[in-house]
Ligand binder design. Structure first.
Ligand code: ZN
Length: 253
């Protein structure tokens, strides 16, 4: 990365007081969680339509297909640890520079890292929830049942259908978190995008939302993103390394 670009990003972080971070799959891949949409990702091997919300709710075969996939995928999520990019955002929050993290990820790594205010707009897959009585179960507990041969786990309290607490294809986004994410983007003075190529809406639209309301925008991503053109600084690099240096530098000067 060009050092002058890095220096400009450091200055923007140093001067900002109401930072919002938007994070995507790229921050989690560096913790060992494969990107669904990336090369070799799950969606290239499985047909996501099978797991779409209406099918999941209405068809036991769809749920069984989901859990067959999930039982294989879950150990990678359960074993993942936050990396330097997650920790950099914790440091910014503790320094009272960062208001909140908005994340498209469902792995719970920001919370595990120690971030207090995390808006999980696609939900959190470390939880499994009953669609009838809303009882929530730790996903690790469901894993034991799946490994024990339960192919379509049901709620222990009421027998209802259990669903991962994430937004499935064809499912409405939870309105509260999405609205709050847009409010925060509107009132922040700096939006830092980490590890998202900004192709999935509505999350991607937080970038023009922030920009139109006067915020600066810094994008940290390995690949080109849809909104590089309106960003103030684009840092092309790995999330952990780039965020670690950027925040370390900004907080020490
Ligand atoms: Zn229930």
């Amino acid at each position: 990365m060009a050092s002058s670009e890095f220096g400009r990003a450091v200055a923007l972080v140093r001067d900002a007081r109401r930072i919002v971070a938007l994070t995507g799959a790229g921050i989690s891949t560096e913790s060992g969680i494969p990107d669904f949409r990336g090369p070799g990702g799950s969606w290239t091997k499985y047909d996501p339509a099978v797991f779409a919300y209406p099918q999941f709710v209405g068809d036991p075969e769809s749920r069984k297909a989901y859990w067959r996939w999930s039982v294989e995928f879950w150990p990678q999520v359960a074993a993942a640890k936050p990396n330097d990019a997650h920790l950099a955002l914790v440091a910014l929050e503790r320094a009272e520079r960062l208001r909140c993290v908005v994340t498209q990820n469902v792995d719970g790594l920001h919370g595990l890292a120690g971030s207090r205010d995390v808006i999980e707009i696609h939900g959190n897959g470390t939880r499994t929830v009953c669609l009838s009585c809303r009882t929530s179960y730790d996903r690790n507990r469901i894993q034991e049942r799946l490994l024990g041969g339960d192919t379509d786990p049901r709620c222990e309290a009421c027998g209802g259908v259990l669903k991962p607490d994430v937004v499935l294809f064809g499912e409405r986004m939870p309105q509260g978190p999405t609205e709050r994410a847009f409010d925060e983007a509107e009132s922040c003075d700096l939006l830092i995008v980490v590890g998202s190529s900004l192709v999935v809406n509505p999350a991607a639209r937080l970038v023009p939302q922030a920009k139109q309301n006067g915020a600066k925008v810094v994008i940290v991503n390995l690949d080109r993103t849809l909104y590089d053109g309106i960003a103030d600084v684009v840092l092309r690099g790995r999330a952990a390394e780039t965020m670690g240096s950027l925040v370390g530098e900004a907080l020490s000067t």
